[in-house]
Each structure stands twice: as structure tokens, then as C-alpha cells.
Design a protein around this ligand. Structure first.
Ligand code: ZN
Length: 235
């Protein structure tokens, strides 16, 4: 089995869940060389195949370009891998429900067990602190490093007026966190609309549930469906 199939599946799973649009991406650290990572060329996520996956060093230089176009925001991935040795997968997306939290100062809170990692904190990256008048894209090493610094030890960070990033020590976790960060944002907004008093997970519940929430029950099913679609697309 080609290990890059996990990454192909991740792209298609995130597209299927509406988490990454035409511009989101997911990467995976190389199992053979921790100073390398894989990410798809600039292409719509729902049609990614193994041959679209490119290899980069942690400065985000392509290793085997063969005329393929790199995604401009790849520095998000390279710089997070540099800063977080235990991180094996990174997702960057523009999923819509988290955006309001990135621009209002209203903090995301752990509203349910599926996204209890939010209880460990979701920092917000303000690109203006690093550079003024940008197009908001993290397309330089400097911006990537600043985002990695904002992320710190967290599982997710918002990016003001742009999107978010989630990480995991395996690909199931990084993908699951992106899917459930979006759903959690939507649920929190709904709850806040219903009542001023919302009961969130408390610190003890976060501590008990966050480490066990690995999305490993969902991952094989998501993966199988996504790879069946990838195979069918070749016909
Ligand atoms: Zn982006």
C-alpha cells in the first residue's frame, strides 16, 4: 500500500465535508525523513490523486517539481513541522463557520466531546502584527513561522479574516480536528443564539476527553470511501 494514499484520502475527505474549498490543503510529514513533508500540487482537493503529491523540505522547497505548480501557502506546513517535532499532519482551510470567531474576539469554546481539543485553547493569528496590507495569505517563510509561533502547543489556530489550521500526531487527528472545528463553531453560534447561558465542557471534561478523541473510528470509513472515489475517477 502506498502511504501517500492516506494523504489522497485526506484531501478528498476534507472536500467531501466542505472543510476545504478549492484553496485548502493538507500535508503529511514523511515517515522516512522527518525533515521532509508531502502536499498536493495546486489542484482542486476533490480530484487529488497520488501523482499530484509533491515532496518538500521544511523550508518548503520542492524536491521533485517536474513542472507541477506548488501551493503558495505551503509555508504554513513547513514552518509548523519545524516548530512541532511531534506533528505528523497539518490541515489549512477556509471553512466558513470559524471565520466569525476570528474577527470578533469571541473565543471558541469546547461545546461538545467531538471537539474537546478546543478546550486546550485556540489562538488567533493576526497577520497585521507581522506585515501590514497583505492579501492575508501565508506565502512567505516569515509569515509561516509567525503562524507556527501563534499556534504554539495548541491543536488548532484561527487566522483572522482567513481561516484556520489544525495539526495532529497522525493524519486522522489533523483531519478530524478540522472537520469538528467547523462543526463546533456552527454549534456554538447556534447555542449562543438560543441563550446567553451556554454550558461548555469544563476543564475536567476537556482533560478526560481530549486525549482519547482520535477520530480513529471514523477514519477507516472515510478513507475507504474516499479512495474508492479516487479509483472510480480514473476510469
Ligand atoms: Zn488560506
Amino acid at each position: 500500500m502506498n502511504p501517500l494514499e492516506d494523504l489522497v484520502a485526506a484531501y478528498r475527505i476534507l472536500a467531501e465535508h466542505g472543510v476545504i474549498d478549492a484553496y485548502g490543503h493538507v500535508s503529511m510529514r514523511s515517515a522516512d525523513n522527518p525533515k521532509r513533508y508531502f502536499i498536493a500540487r495546486s489542484i482542486a482537493p476533490e480530484i487529488v490523486q497520488v501523482e499530484d503529491i509533491m515532496e518538500y523540505d521544511l523550508d518548503s522547497n520542492p524536491q521533485d517539481e517536474r513542472g507541477r505548480e506548488s501551493v503558495r501557502e505551503r509555508f504554513i506546513h513547513g514552518e509548523i513541522y519545524k516548530a512541532r517535532a511531534e506533528v505528523v499532519a497539518v490541515v489549512h482551510n477556509h471553512s466558513p463557520s470559524v471565520i466569525p470567531f476570528s474577527v470578533t474576539g469571541v473565543p471558541m469554546k469546547p461545546i461538545y466531546h467531538m471537539a474537546s481539543f478546543i478546550g486546550d485553547g485556540v489562538p488567533n493569528f493576526e497577520i497585521r502584527k507581522v506585515a501590514k496590507g497583505t492579501d492575508l495569505l501565508v506565502k512567505t517563510p516569515k509569515l509561516g513561522a509567525a503562524l507556527a509561533k501563534t499556534l504554539g502547543k495548541s491543536s488548532a489556530a484561527l487566522m483572522r479574516g482567513h481561516g484556520s489550521v489544525t495539526v495532529g500526531e497522525n493524519i486522522a487527528r489533523a483531519v478530524g480536528r478540522s472537520i469538528y472545528l467547523e462543526q463546533s463553531a456552527r454549534l456554538q453560534m447556534q447555542a449562543m443564539t438560543l441563550s446567553k447561558k451556554v454550558t461548555y465542557l469544563d476543564a475536567g471534561e476537556v482533560k478526560a476527553s481530549a486525549p482519547v478523541q482520535d477520530y480513529k473510528r471514523a477514519w477507516p470509513m472515510w478513507r475507504e470511501k474516499a479512495l474508492a472515489k479516487a479509483k472510480a475517477d480514473r476510469r
